[in-house]
Design a protein around this ligand. Structure first.
Ligand code: C2E
Ligand code: MG
Ligand code: MG
Length: 749
């Protein structure tokens, strides 16, 4: 039912009905008739002639009297006096007019026009003095008008004071139309084409009287009537409406069908179009528009009035909605394959009890690159078909980047995972696209957060699929808590800047000890964030996010700046003090890294040799050549280089060979176990030997007890860092302890 209510046809018909009830479609009908009657002209009825310009001010009352005699003598079939009768004074002229009227035949009718549109009561008509007109008939003229005061219809007769008066048009039409009902003027009658003779010419004897003989003659003044307007023509004389009315009554079926039959017809045709296929459907649309535009004209030729207003209204609403739908469909369709795209899925309400799955196809761009463009769609369609066959889903959504999305019934997690594994197995067989064969490998992202908005779920599944693809995993499940984290991660950029500004982000300094001299020889600067609402955030938690948010540069430069200032302060005290800062693997290949580092130490007036740059996460080095180039340059500037977390990266040994470095930092995961594990001890011992052989200093981090420290010392490790020797602390605290001679704190001296 709801689906039907959203159909453009139903909405268009309901809108048109409402428009009809509220007369909202009237402007359409008005424009339609105005245009139609500008183009469509029929000759005026030849039986009617109008004598114009009968005005006492111009002709004088005596002139009017003479005119009546002239017209009478021409023997018209009937006369209608349609001018303002004065003749009520005792002047000679008035006497003449009274006498002239008295000489008129008994069926000469007096026309009385209403002084208000849409009103048909006694107050709207100024009836003439019976003494003047005798017992001659009175005919009326009054109009119902539209919202722009254009005449639309008139009753055939009007009852005033219990007397039924016919209107002029019905009398002109020989009584057709009867005394009940309504008629609709035929505006095809061109008002300019109604035969007229100026009164002045008759009086001057310049017009042949034969023009009036046998005709119905309206002797018309100029000022009567309400000024109801005439479709297709501007400001015609009031009698034009009566003539048009008479013309309409002469058509075979002078009736009105209102606007509804045409609306019904349009509705039927549009419904039929909706059930038809392409070429026929377009023909039916065309036929509907043609019917709505042409039928009212054709019917009106028969006298039948049929308004196109509501049907036009429905057509406009319908085509507007169809265009909108078409546009949405285009947006929601992937160009190459014709499959609906992710947006289409995001915009739909997802079925209840479903999981959203996105499949990411590995190396999709490469596959596309090898295929001719016309086969791109085919490739997507084949993949979608295979997914459909394996999952039973009928609607597979596709985005050009090689992602396919659909919904799965929400099974228990283990079942869902094995279902997807099975689906993955379906892709073991290669795809055959044209002459090409491809192995296809797909990775799934799964969202099980029922109740969350469709768009969010689709994006979550998409993000998980990408993650699965990057990590080489078959399926990645989107964890709901990440949703809560998302806004925080996405606004990290601004928050980091704010943290740097207001001091929430600060540096802790952890001492590094020289094991040969048993004194503090330096410190590592470690970043800290005390977030006002989230509390302290561990660097591991936000460094990665800062990298993702593209904010790691600002953070790194800020750290170096602060650490350089601290290094200067401590070095000013005398003994050489080496300051270590961490450089994220993401930043090592940045083009402006070396220049900026150089600028910072220059600004702080610190010898770069006092700064050790610890390169972390070396396994994720992006552009190796640029990285090696940068590190070499940093070293040429005088910075010391250290390979952090040595032994954890996938290829630490390879890096040791490649990267220029001065120092090796043994990761605490090895260091922590050397006391208990012979193996780890052997690894650390040989690593120290290797590093020394390569001319590197060795720093052990993560020393938490005296035994470990003693063991490392015995192994020949150069420097030591760890909670046992001092925790990271604010600079003021660190400086105080340093001044107090940190050496004495541990009885190792
Ligand atoms: P890292 O460079 O390996 O730093 C040493 C980490 O070991 C520090 O953790 C330190 O607090 C911790 N640590 C030191 N001694 C001990 C110990 O005896 N036991 C244990 N369990 N831990 C010890 P922290 O400060 O949480 O930093 C973690 C990581 O965050 C750092 O590892 C480094 O990779 C990164 N990081 C910290 N500051 C920065 C920075 O300014 N820039 C960049 N790019 N990374 C940073
Ligand atoms: Mg470090
Ligand atoms: Mg480390």
């Amino acid at each position: 039912m709801r689906k039907h209510l959203r159909s453009p046809l139903i909405i268009a018909l309901l809108a048109a009905l409402a428009g009809w009830a509220l007369q909202a479609a009237d402007p359409l009908g008005h424009t339609y008739w105005n245009v139609v009657y500008k183009l469509w002209h029929d000759p005026a009825p030849s039986s009617i002639v109008v004598v114009t310009g009968v005005d006492a001010n111009e002709l004088g009352v005596a002139g009017e009297a003479r005119l009546l005699d002239i017209v009478r003598q021409a023997k018209p079939s009937r006369m209608f006096l349609d001018f303002k009768l004065q003749g009520d004074s005792a002047s000679a002229g008035d006497d003449a007019l009274r006498a002239a009227i008295a000489r008129l035949s008994r069926d000469t009718a007096f026309v009385v026009r209403s002084n208000k549109n849409d009103r048909f009561d006694a107050a709207s008509f100024n009836m003439p003095d019976p003494g003047l007109i005798g017992h001659r008939p009175v005919v009326l003229s009054a109009w119902s008008v539209n919202f722009l005061f254009f005449a639309e219809s008139s009753p055939n007769a009007i009852v005033l004071g219990g007397v039924r008066y016919p209107v002029l048009a019905t009398v002109l039409a020989g009584g057709r139309g009867g005394l009940g009902g309504t008629f609709y003027p035929d505006f095809a009658v061109d008002p300019q084409a109604i035969p007229t003779i100026p009164a002045r010419r008759l009086l001057d004897g310049h017009a042949p009287l034969g023009l009036l003989t046998g005709k119905q003659v309206i002797v018309a003044g100029s000022a009567q009537g309400t000024g109801a307007a005439y479709f297709g023509h501007q400001v015609p004389s009031p009698y034009a409406l009566d003539v048009a009315g008479a013309a309409s009554l002469e058509r075979p079926f002078p009736i009105s069908l209102t606007a509804l039959p045409l609306l019904g017809l349009a509705g039927l045709l549009l419904w039929w179009a909706g059930r038809s296929q392409r070429p026929l459907r377009n023909r039916i649309y065309f036929a509907t528009v043609a019917a709505v535009l042409v039928l009212p004209i054709g019917l009106r030729m028969l006298g039948i009035v049929c308004y196109p207003d509501s049907a036009l209204f429905a057509l406009i609403v319908f085509s507007g909605m169809r265009l909108w739908q078409e546009r949405t469909r285009k947006i929601q369709q992937t160009s190459a394959s014709g499959l609906p795209n992710m947006l289409a899925l995001s915009n739909n309400a997802l079925p209840v009890g479903c999981d959203v799955v996105v499949a990411a196809v590995a190396r999709y761009e490469e596959i596309m690159a090898t295929l001719p463009i016309e086969l791109h769609g085919e490739c997507a369609i084949q993949i979608a078909r295979r997914i459909g066959a394996g999952s039973g889903a009928t609607d597979i959504y596709h985005s050009d980047g090689g992602h396919f999305a659909w919904t799965e019934e929400a099974r228990p997690l283990d079942m869902q995972l094995s279902h997807l594994e099975g689906l993955r197995a379906l892709f073991a067989a290669p795809l055959q696209i044209g002459p090409n064969t491809f192995d296809i490998n797909i990775h799934f992202g799964l969202d099980r957060n029922e109740g969350v908005e469709s768009a969010t779920r689709v994006n979550s599944a998409l993000a998980s699929a990408n993650e699965a693809l990057t990590n080489g995993r078959a399926i990645e499940l989107f964890e709901a808590h990440r949703l809560a984290e998302a806004p925080w991660e996405l606004s990290l950029h601004a928050r980091i800047d704010e943290g740097l500004r207001n001091g929430d982000i600060w540096l802790a300094y952890q001492a590094q000890w020289d094991l040969a001299t048993n004194r503090i020889c330096g410190a590592e600067a470690l970043i800290r964030w005390n977030h006002p609402t989230r509390g302290p955030i561990a660097p591991n938690a936000f460094i990665l996010q800062a990298e993702r948010a593209g904010r790691i540069d600002a953070l790194t430069y800020w750290v170096l700046d602060q650490a350089a200032a601290a290094a200067r302060t401590i070095n000013a005290k005398g003994p050489r003090f080496q300051m270590s800062v961490n450089l994220s693997g993401q930043m090592v290949d940045k083009p402006d890294l070396v220049r900026t580092f150089g600028e910072i130490v220059a600004r702080r007036a610190v010898d770069p040799g006092l700064i050790t740059v610890e390169v972390t996460e070396t396994s994720s080095l992006g552009n190796r050549t640029a990285a090696v180039h940068n590190l070499t340059q940093l070293r040429q500037l005088g910075f010391r280089l250290s390979i952090d977390d040595f032994g954890t990266g996938e290829a630490s040994l390879a890096y040791l060979a490649d990267l220029p470095s001065d120092e090796l930092k043994l990761d605490r995961r090895f260091v922590a176990r050397i006391v208990d594990s012979d193996r780890e001890r052997a690894i650390v011992a040989s690593t120290i030997g290797l590093a020394h052989a390569l001319g590197q200093t060795v720093v052990a981090e993560g020393i938490e007890d005296a035994a470990t420290l003693a063991l490392l010392r015995s192994m020949g490790c150069d420097h030591a860092q760890g909670f046992f020797l001092g925790r990271p602390k604010p600079f003021a605290v660190f400086e105080r302890e340093y001044d107090g001679g940190g050496l004495r704190q541990f009885g190792y001296v």
